[in-house]
Each structure stands twice: as structure tokens, then as C-alpha cells.
Design a protein around this ligand. Structure first.
Ligand code: PLP
Length: 392
């Protein structure tokens, strides 16, 4: 039996996406910039893909810049600041718990003379809006706060953050921009640029987290927002990202967007049911379990600690039983400090809680029945480790 519970790292591609991409690779290989029929055909596919991606945010297709991944989308926003003419402002406000795709560009910007304010979080990875208000000043250029934390699943209050930004801009007649890394939010919570995200200017997303292909992402850029392009060349993506478009992947991403966001509520409800079933079982069957995810966290992530164990050992033990989990974020396993996950550290967890942390992350393909199998295997892995540990 294989139970894949590392869906925050990446997801299994929808079969429909694979079929569509294979068909396009064989039959639609024109360059969308070419003027002949094959080019026009590719352009049509590209247009349809972009439209579908835009629909996932209730945005218009002109507001979507296709990138190669979530990391590129984040870098386009942040490193774009470094390339922009500097006549005003050098403060960037972010959080201590962002993905390295935001943290690292911020650190680089700091080295180049920008000022980076990293908001703290509480023990459930929640920011304090008062701290954000206090950090905003007339030197501020950008706020970059993730929509959903990838390690523990905390949903950040983007509606409120947007309102604070809009009020500040109005009062000070300025244009602080708000960016969100929504890589873990797409397909899990509603992202509507005309409603809850109406004050968000820039949104990063990635296809492979929603059963789309790897190596393709997008950046939503609200109409009227000016960014410096990351890649210069043939002027594709309205000059924002040159390079021949990856037509198959864009089409695959578009289809995945449509599939993952249609009946989103139903899919999220199913994931939450699976998540809660696992959580209840772990708490009932295993002693001394610390839940690191908030109760109102995203449906797709459950982070718990089994103090007195080592997450990495539990992970490999579970792998032997066909269960795939993570100790934190796969994408940031190169980014861990000697003290472990920067997110769990920022949340103030004790070293033994960080050492014993496991992230289970779900997709619509997981089932409650699978969780019964997982609960039993986690129980024996944890109890086995704790018993052995006591003899050391
Ligand atoms: N941002 C967040 C919150 C993520 O979880 C990830 C990947 O795990 C990324 C950015 C990077 O996305 P990509 O792998 O598409 O570069």
C-alpha cells in the first residue's frame, strides 16, 4: 500500500493533465510567436491556458505572467525591486516564516542596502496585525506575506493585511504594494482578486502543488502595477518574461487550475475530513503528541511533534510501510539551520519538539481509510523509537 502524504512538497499530476500535455507535445509544437498556422494553433492553446489560470483568481488573462515556478514568481517581485530605479523607499515588510523563495531574495536585498522587517509569529504561526501596522512607514515599498504557511498550514489574514495597506496608502498618499506567495493556498482556499484579495497587488503560484506539471508557475500582477522584468529578450509575456512560452505546460497548468478550483469547497471539505481523522487518531492512540498546526489551518497540512523521537527516523520508518511524509518543507530541506526548521523555531517550539516534528500533507486523492492504516504505523514507529530511546 502506498499512502502519499507529502502533497505540500509536490502532487501527483492529474491524468487528464498528462494526457493533454502528451497530445500537445506530439501535435502542437509550433511557436506561439510564429505567424503561420502551427504558430496560431499554439497561440490559441496558450491563450486558453492563460485564461484558465486567470480564472483561478477571478483575474483577467492580461494580469497573468507565466513563470517557470513559484520561486521565479517570488524572485520576480522581490529582485524586481533591486532593479527598479531607486528614488524612494527601501523598507520591505515580510515574516520570519516565509518560504526560502522569499526569505533568500529578502536577505540579498538587505545586502544591497534595503531594510527588511520580518514580522514575528505566535506558537501557531500567526502574525500580529498591530506589529504590521507599527512596521509600516513612509519608507515602505512592499509587504510580502505568504497566504498559507507550507510547514504548518497557518492561513494568513490577507483580507485584513490588504485593508491595513489600503488605509495606509490612502492616508499617506503612497503606493505600498502587497505581494503574497500563495503557492500553498491555490486549490485549498478561495483566492479572488475582486473580493478577499482585492487589495493584493501580486500573487505567486506554482502548478506542481495542484496536480499540474513541475517547472511552471505564474505571477498575478494587478492592472496598473509596474514591475521590472526578470528576463529580457523577445518580449513575451508583454515584456515581463521573455522566452518562448512552454505551451504544453501552460495548458497543463490551466487544466489543473480548473480542476483544482472547480468545486473547491467540496475538495477542501474532503481534505479536512481526512486531516481531522488522522489527527483524532494520532491523539487517541499515541501519548505526548503536540499539534503544531492551528485548528483553523488549511485543510491540506497537519504538522505534529512526537517529542522524544527524531522526525527523520520516523519518516524513514514510515517509508518502509509505503507512507510518504516530510519532516518540514521538502523545498527548504537545504535551508534548515542547525536548529532545524526556521518556521518551528520562529513559533517558539522547544528543540525536542522541533526534532520530533512530522508534516503530513494531503490531496483530494487521500482517503479516511488510508488514515486508519497510517495511524497504526505511526503509533508503532513512535512507540518503537521511544522504547529504544529509553535504553540509550
Ligand atoms: N513558496 C511556497 C510557500 C512553497 O511551499 C514553495 C514550494 O514548496 C515555493 C514557494 C516554491 O515553489 P516552486 O517549487 O514552484 O519553485
Amino acid at each position: 500500500m502506498i499512502v502519499y502524504l507529502d502533497n505540500s512538497a509536490t502532487t501527483r499530476q492529474y491524468d487528464e493533465v498528462t494526457d493533454l500535455m502528451a497530445d500537445l507535445a506530439r501535435n502542437c509544437y509550433g511557436n506561439p510567436s510564429s505567424l503561420h498556422g502551427l504558430g496560431l494553433e499554439a497561440e490559441k492553446v496558450l491563450k486558453e491556458g492563460r485564461k484558465r489560470i486567470a480564472s483561478a483568481f477571478n483575474a483577467s488573462p492580461e494580469e497573468i505572467v507565466i513563470t517557470s515556478c513559484g520561486t521565479e514568481s517570488d524572485n520576480t517581485v522581490l529582485m524586481g525591486l533591486a532593479r527598479a530605479p531607486r528614488n524612494k523607499g527601501k523598507r520591505i515588510i515580510t515574516t520570519a516564516v516565509e518560504h526560502p523563495a522569499v526569505l533568500e531574495p529578502c536577505a540579498e536585498l538587505e545586502r544591497r542596502g534595503f531594510e527588511v522587517v520580518r514580522l514575528s509569529v505566535d506558537d501557531k504561526c500567526r502574525i500580529d496585525l498591530e506589529e504590521l501596522k507599527a512596521a509600516l512607514n513612509e519608507d515602505t515599498l512592499l509587504i510580502s506575506i505568504m497566504a498559507v504557511n507550507n510547514e504548518v498550514g497557518t492561513i494568513m489574514p490577507l483580507k485584513e493585511i490588504g485593508e491595513i495597506k489600503a488605509e495606509f496608502n490612502k492616508k499617506h498618499r503612497t503606493k505600498v504594494l502587497l505581494h503574497t506567495d500563495a503557492v500553498q493556498a491555490l486549490g485549498k482556499i478561495k483566492l479572488d482578486v475582486k473580493r478577499e484579495l482585492k487589495n493584493v497587488d501580486l500573487i505567486s503560484v506554482s502548478a506542481h502543488k495542484i496536480h499540474g506539471p513541475k517547472g511552471i508557475g505564474a505571477l498575478y500582477v494587478r492592472k496598473g502595477v509596474n514591475l521590472m522584468p526578470f528576463m529580457l529578450g523577445g518580449g513575451q509575456e508583454k515584456g515581463m518574461r521573455s522566452g518562448t512560452e512552454n505551451v504544453q505546460e501552460i495548458a497543463g497548468f490551466g487544466l489543473a487550475c480548473e480542476m483544482a478550483t472547480v468545486s473547491l469547497e467540496e475538495r477542501a471539505k474532503h481534505m479536512a475530513e481526512v486531516r481531522n481523522h488522522l489527527l483524532d487518531g494520532l491523539l487517541a492512540e499515541i501519548s505526548d503528541v503536540k499539534v503544531n498546526s492551528p485548528e483553523d489551518g488549511v485543510c491540506s497540512v497537519l504538522n505534529v511533534s512526537f517529542p522524544g523521537t527524531r522526525g527523520e527516523v520516523i519518516l524513514h520508518r514510515l517509508e518502509q510501510e509505503g507512507i510518504y511524509v516530510s519532516t518540514g518543507s521538502a523545498c527548504s530541506s537545504n535551508h534548515k539551520t542547525s536548529k532545524g526548521s526556521h518556521v518551528l523555531n520562529a513559533m517558539g517550539l522547544k528543540p525536542r519538539e522541533i526534532e520530533g516534528a512530522i508534516r503530513f500533507s494531503f490531496s483530494e486523492f487521500n482517503t479516511v481509510e488510508e488514515m486508519d492504516y497510517v495511524i497504526g504505523k505511526v503509533k508503532s514507529a513512535v512507540e518503537g523509537f521511544r522504547k529504544l530511546g529509553s535504553f540509550r
